[in-house]
Design a protein around this ligand. Structure first.
Ligand code: FE2
Ligand code: FE2
Length: 481
């Protein structure tokens, strides 16, 4: 049988030969009803009977891996799809570099591997939960469809991780799979594992910022896991990355369209000063300083997802060959890193200083640096170009990595967005300059009224330049019941 052919007939579409593995199929079929309960209970609020123009993964070829069509979300075909196996693949880094990639779980690393899969898996349903109430205030049918596309794909990513747990980790894998449905974003007693996934996503600006900043963390983590010497994890993550690109596009173009609407309204009204926020807001668009503050919040919360700058866990996972660096296979070094160093920003005597530390202990920092560069380039190439073309004197800038942190070197101090260390009193006094104030949030909330007429868009966000799947922006992306 062609291993990559997707079996689309059974309950669970897959290219992992589920039919030939009755034990696994039973485990997944038992998990399925709890999953659907979770989706109905914690997934999108309302709209479950609406027909949504969604893409569904139907293969793993670079071309033609997805088909588009109207689907009711509970009937979405959440499948298990792995990228093709690479013949003769070897482990690319760490102590086992050069050995054949593992097709089974290496016993000595079982617990570490399970933890990596569970942490990744936990973020997927978490974001669906965070976004569950946004449907009610969508600024257009196009945006509503994009929200639901992200939601069903994050849920498919949950399936991807649950497949690994149930196939390779026996009974504790099944328990972990249940726990992934039991934890709840923001829940006091049983929260999601990582902080940023317990924050609220209260409005559409937060959704666009989240998909730009936090889905990009997902991209970095998936890239690092795609390098894994545990081949099934690598193949799973490689296919997930195919979907992830669209999530970041939604954030990048979403904030871009907000900037377009704001700049166009300012120019039309003859407002040159971006800080004249009262006049800008009166136009029904979001002022640029508020957009900057929202970016400050989402960026700093996302940096915490990378963990501590210096980490023995990260070093262990690398040495074990389980989690590599971003684009590990394109880096020109020995991929073992014994004796290598890496520069890290640290807090020394109340100052932010750069210090060379053992590269193995700085792997979180390195992944975070790659993340920052990736986010920075998106901001310059998309967001700031829009503002520049409109002739408005303003730039969205990333805050310093020491700003507003809860985890790592800078958790203990307060810094302004430029990275100057300030006292607690000054922080308290100036907080609303740096981060969205209650008033800013209330203003954004006041704009969140739903627009459900095909081709119409809320005042605060410009129409997209092109629609989805070659359709125009005015296409009826969601058929409401
Ligand atoms: Fe995901
Ligand atoms: Fe995503």
């Amino acid at each position: 049988m062609n291993e990559m052919a997707v079996d689309y007939d059974g309950l669970i579409p897959n290219n992992v030969g589920l039919n030939a593995d009755p034990r696994l199929r039973r485990a997944l079929e038992q998990w399925h009803p709890s999953y659907l309960d979770w989706w109905m209970d914690r997934g999108p609020d309302g709209f479950q009977a609406a027909e949504v123009y969604l893409r569904t993964a139907v293969g793993v070829d670079q071309e033609g891996w997805a088909k588009f069509g109207y689907v009711r979300m509970p009937e979405y075909r959440w499948g298990i799809l792995l990228a093709p196996q690479v013949e003769g693949r070897t482990i690319g880094f760490g102590a086992h570099k050069g050995e054949p990639a593992w097709q089974e779980v290496p016993g000595e690393y079982r617990a570490m591997l399970r933890r990596l899969i569970v942490v990744q898996g936990d973020t997927e349903p978490a974001s669906v939960e965070q976004q569950r109430r946004l449907g009610a205030t969508a600024p257009s049918l196009y945006d509503l469809r994009n929200l639901f596309q992200v939601n069903v794909e994050e849920a498919r990513h949950l399936w991807a991780m649950v497949y690994l747990l149930q196939k390779y980790f026996g009974r504790d894998g099944r328990e972990e799979a249940e726990d992934l449905l039991r934890r709840r974003s923001g829940d006091r007693d049983s929260p999601r594992l990582l902080g940023a996934f317990n924050e609220r996503t209260p409005d559409w600006l937060a959704f666009f910022m989240f998909t730009f900043f936090t889905d990009r963390d997902g991209k970095m983590q998936l890239h690092a896991l795609a390098q894994s010497g545990f081949d099934p994890l690598s193949r799973t993550c490689r296919f997930m990355l195919t979907e992830e690109a669209h999530h970041m596009f939604i954030g990048q173009s979403g904030v871009g369209r907000v900037l377009e609407a704001t700049c166009a309204a300012m120019n039309k009204a003859g407002i040159a000063d971006p800080y004249d926020t009262g006049s800008v807001r009166a136009l029904g668009v979001i002022d640029l300083p508020t957009l900057q503050k929202r970016a400050n919040f989402h960026f700093s919360a996302t940096l915490d997802l990378f963990g501590s700058e210096l980490s023995t866990n990260a070093a262990n996972a690398f040495n074990a060959g389980l989690k590599g660096r971003y684009l590990e296979d394109q880096i020109d070094d020995d991929h073992v890193l014994t004796g290598a160093t890496y520069p890290v920003l640290r807090l020394k005597d109340g100052q932010v200083v750069r210090e060379d530390v053992p590269a193995l202990s700085a792997l979180n920092m390195r992944l975070r640096d790659d993340y920052v560069a990736d986010a920075q380039s998106g901001i310059e190439r998309w967001w700031n170009r829009i503002v520049e073309r409109a002739g408005i004197d303003f730039r969205i800038a990333l805050p310093h990595v020491a700003f507003n942190r809860r985890i790592g070197e800078f958790a203990a101090i307060e810094a302004d967005p430029a990275g100057n260390i300030i006292g607690a009193a000054e922080w308290a006094r100036r907080r609303d300059e740096f981060l969205p104030s209650a008033d800013d949030d209330a203003f954004v909330a006041s704009l969140m009224t739903p627009v459900h007429e095909p081709g119409k868009f809320a005042s605060w966000v410009a129409p997209p330049r092109a629609g989805i799947d070659g359709k125009p922006g005015s296409f009826e992306y969601v058929r409401l019941e």
